[in-house]
Design a protein. Sequence first.
Length: 232
Amino acid sequence: MDDNNTSETSMDAAKTLILNAALPHAAFDGWSESTFAAALTDSGVASGLARALFPRGGIDLAVAYHQSGDRAMTEAINAADLTALRYTDRVAQAIKLRLADADKELVRRATTLFSLPHHAPEGAKLIWGTADAIWKALGDTSNDLNWYSKRATLSAVYSATVLFWLGDQSDGNAETWAFLERRLANVTQFEKTKAAVMRNPIAKALLSGPLKLMEKIRAPQSAADLPGHHKS
């Protein structure tokens, strides 16, 4: 095995060890420095390596937890056969898979953390990343303005669903899934209305200038070009 690959594998293993060790502490102490310190003790990973992997301590642990959920969701979508479902139902199923193994208390703690003004941009970026992961897993090939509008719309639907889910005490989260269906139905109705407007000759004429400009918009070419990413 290549030395670089071996090193990356070791780093990933250490990162997983620390994150897993942090989970029971984060449920009580939040994604904090005390949780990070406890994770170091429990995982046995050297403090220097741990700080290199999670330079901001608890905040980076919260980010890693969210991203691990995105990866698990992508694997679950890829393993599932959603071809028989309508597209809206595929999106709903993807969101259900994203929340299937999520711990409400850990998500609640992360939501509290990323609602703070100085962490809110990163929280928004994580939600956008989840929406992007869902569309990619569902085979989205858009490369124009639709790339952005799909992710912006899904980010809004997903974040609203998560907030509802956090307070849902119904059996099997039934009320959350009903809420999700209503939000997706609203989006579908909006898209139908937008399509009808665009078929109207007068609307077409009025929007011809702005639409020409929008046709030039293209999807970012790398993850580093996603909205919310700061280039130094």
